[in-house]
Design a protein around this ligand. Structure first.
Ligand code: CP
Length: 324
């Protein structure tokens, strides 16, 4: 996949993948999100940074957290935001993706936020939009979910500060997870000391060894002394054939309950991008427990998406003045 998401000056023109982005840029996204977080605590939760800009949410695949936080983020930046309802749009009458895009672009759209079941869809759209239009990937197939990874990094930084000191474990269906791929790129770029993946062999991609991670097939050794545990959902909608014996057996071996959580450091945080499946990959007492930061991740999604949209669309100096 090409990396055409940066301008000649190294600024974000699109936001399609974490792959190929450097540490200063990821840090800038988090620093900017830190500024935007304070806006959510104000009486008037708006800044005029993107006033006059038009942002279209194109979700060809279901979403709760990503779609709504992108919409909230755009509104807090004072942009005009539209949500195209794909099920009632003319795509159901046979209109092609590119024709739909060109029609929406003709309405003077400045940015498309795209979720699609097909890996590479956001990149494809970015290659076909007009020069003044930007594209943000809100999750494409098994490939990437870069804003999710950045809100996860932001959440980790809020709790643990110094990335090189950390041991992070990602647990579950790595094979089908766009989130895991983006997280591994982000954790690695930010210099995390040790990245572990814990999964049955059937749920690991064939190129796992090239990702720079340590692989474990059992929770007891994999979770030993980790600072951060990221649980993943079993993505049945992307599985072809039976890769697991049963949900019960999966939970017994790889589901996070209080007993398995005790293998990690006592102050370890528990994360999950959502949606969670209680009793399949995580028990309710852990999902709702003191070490869980799952709902914090959702909240941070707004500030991270404000940061990314403002960096992609705005000039940096003007933005800085308007935040203050
Ligand atoms: N984490 C995530 O992408 O959730 P949604 O599918 O609800 O957007």
């Amino acid at each position: 996949m090409t990396n055409n998401q940066l301008t000649e000056k190294g600024q974000l023109r699109h936001f399609l993948t974490i792959e190929g982005l450097n540490r200063p840029l990821l840090t800038e996204i988090m620093d900017r999100a830190e500024q935007f977080s304070s806006i959510s605590g104000r009486q008037v939760k708006k800044v005029p940074l993107l006033r006059g800009k038009t942002i279209m949410n194109l979700f060809f695949e279901n979403s709760t957290r990503t779609r709504t936080t992108f919409e909230l983020a755009a509104k807090r930046l004072s942009a005009d935001v539209m949500n195209l309802n794909i099920t009632t749009s003319a795509t159901s009458k046979g209109e092609s993706l590119l024709d739909t895009l060109h029609n929406l672009q003709a309405m003077h759209t400045d940015m498309f936020v795209v979720r699609h079941a097909q890996s590479g869809a956001a990149e494809f759209i970015a290659q076909h939009v007009a020069p003044h239009v930007s594209v943000i990937n809100a999750g494409d197939g098994c490939h990437a979910h870069p804003t999710q990874a950045m809100l996860d990094m932001f959440t980790i930084r809020r709790h643990k500060q110094h990335f090189p000191d950390l041991r992070v474990a990602i647990v579950g269906d790595i094979l089908h997870s766009r989130v895991a791929r983006s997280q591994i790129h982000a954790l690695s770029t930010l210099g995390v000391g040790e990245i572990r993946v814990i999964a049955p062999k059937t749920l690991l991609p064939s190129n796992t060894q090239t990702l720079g991670v340590h692989v474990y097939h059992d929770m007891k050794t994999g979770l030993q002394d980790v600072d951060v545990i990221i649980m993943l959902r079993l993505q049945f909608e992307r599985m072809q054939g039976a890769l697991l014996p049963s949900e019960n057996e999966y939970f017994h071996s790889f589901g996070l309950d209080q007993q398995k959580l005790n293998y990690a450091k006592p102050d370890a945080i528990v994360m999950h991008p959502g949606p969670i499946n209680r009793g399949v990959e995580i028990s309710s007492d852990v999902a709702d427990g003191d070490q869980s930061v799952i709902l914090e991740q959702v909240t941070h999604g707004i500030a991270i998406r404000m940061a990314v949209m403002s960096m992609v669309l705005g000039s940096r100096s003007e933005q800085q003045e308007s935040v203050e």
